[in-house]
Design a protein around this ligand. Structure first.
Ligand code: 6PG
Length: 257
């Protein structure tokens, strides 16, 4: 499991932007499209802004990119907490993909209805038909919370154990805020998953995810995932079945590795 540690946040964003551009070029060359699920939260906003400016603005064929979201807060699209709004303002308004390539999770809709609708949008989008097997997205970009959550898969929440659905309605563990989220079957079906993690507040959790916290001599070396089934934290359970998993972190987040 490749782990790239960059000295500063700016270096991290440049490294992640370069990798995403490579994945986009590879997907478009191979299949004529790049199906990319964006992450929410605060960390990726700087990355999206970088991709919206030279050299990436011209390097990626944005007309062939389909944008999805790996999770969304159950709020309207213009709400300050909307992951869609953050991506629209930092990236989409500047690269201007075709409107029908922006597959927004409709946070303003009843969550259970939207979860079902979005599954059909994913099936029609990424694989060309509403298939039964999880849609195979080219890239799912993910962040990680200090509690080890990723997308909106929170420790102890039922969505984390979902084995059939691709999209689930859930709530954050603490504040109980309603969310929509990709499930592990969908995430682990991706061609590539890229984690983007920055900040000292993530160091303890990243060490645990990488199997370093309380490490014994027998502990897995840095960068290897916990064996399937033993993983407690949601981020540890992202283990693509037949896809690439890469971590891009800054030195602060990697402080305990
Ligand atoms: C969200 C994200 C969530 C996020 C982590 C890290 O909707 O909040 O999808 O999984 O990636 O909470 O968030 P920060 O980047 O803000 O630390």
């Amino acid at each position: 499991m490749p782990l790239s540690v960059l000295p500063h946040r700016d270096d991290l964003m440049r490294a992640a932007a370069e990798r995403i551009a490579q994945l986009a070029e590879r997907s478009i060359a191979a299949r004529g499209r790049f199906d990319w699920a964006l992450a929410g939260g605060k960390t990726p906003e700087q990355l999206y802004g970088l991709l919206a400016r030279p050299p990436y603005a011209a390097r990626i064929d944005w007309a062939r990119v389909h944008f999805f979201w790996s999770d969304e807060r159950c709020v309207p699209p213009e709400h300050a907490d909307s992951n869609y709004r953050m991506a629209r303002e930092s990236l989409l308004d500047r690269v201007q993909p075709p409107a029908d390539h922006v597959h927004r999770m409709r946070g303003e809709q009843p969550p259970l209805l939207e979860a079902s609708r979005y599954e059909h949008e994913l099936g029609a989008g990424a694989s060309g038909s509403a298939a039964t097997a999880p849609a195979r997205l080219d890239l799912i970009l993910l962040g990680m919370g200090a509690d080890g959550h990723t997308a909106s898969l929170f420790p102890g929440e039922a969505a984390l154990s979902e084995r059939a659905r691709w999209v689930a309605a859930t709530r954050t563990g603490g504040s109980g805020v309603a969310r929509l989220t990709f499930t592990l079957p969908l995430i682990n079906a991706a061609r590539a998953v890229l984690f983007l993690v920055a900040g000292r507040d993530k160091a303890q959790t990243l060490a645990a995810v990488m199997g370093r916290e309380g490490a014994s001599s027998a502990a897995a070396p840095v960068g290897t995932a916990a064996p399937v089934g033993t993983a407690a934290l949601p981020a540890q359970r992202v283990q693509p079945t037949d896809g690439e998993l890469e971590w891009f972190v800054d030195a602060e987040a990697a402080a305990l590795l």
